[in-house]
Design a protein. Structure first.
Length: 145
């Protein structure tokens, strides 16, 4: 059985392993000192950034990170920033349930939409994304500072 809900203190180590896997997938294998502690503290406070976990038979196998922000052309928007499941949990509907939980949160917050980015060549994830959301064709540009 899959259970979706807020991360608990006992989930800290498993959450970090999942987030490390996510960062490695996107080529960010080494993060600066204190990075995971800072992000975990943000999620625990619940003031700006939020996180949910997916547990399969009591084991944390998926995470999603998200936040709401203002928009100049609509009500607030919800940005789903990070979504990751363990390789052995893929294909079980976990990512779909995490996205759905973020959508429910965004509705409760009065957001106008949920959106996210993925790499063009992330074909496995895009199979799901193309079923649950609309690709409006935008291209992301990044200017590191």
């Amino acid at each position: 059985m899959i259970a979706i809900g807020p991360l608990e203190l006992a989930d800290r180590a498993a959450w970090e392993r999942l987030f490390q896997g996510y960062n490695a997938f996107y080529g960010r294998a080494t993060m600066p000192d204190g990075f995971y502690d800072r992000v975990w503290a943000e999620f625990r406070s619940g003031a700006r950034m939020h996180a949910l976990g997916a547990k399969l038979d009591g084991e944390l196998v998926g995470i999603v990170h998200f936040f709401a922000h203002p928009s100049t052309t609509s009500s607030d928007l919800c940005y789903l920033q990070d979504l990751f499941t363990t390789p052995n949990a893929r294909g079980k509907g976990i990512a779909r349930q995490l996205i759905s939980a973020v959508r429910s949160w965004a509705v409760d917050q009065g957001c106008d939409q949920v959106y996210w980015h993925t790499k063009e060549d992330n074909h496995a994830a895009r199979l799901l994304y193309d079923k649950v959301a609309e690709n409006r064709g935008f291209i992301k540009y990044t200017m590191p500072i």
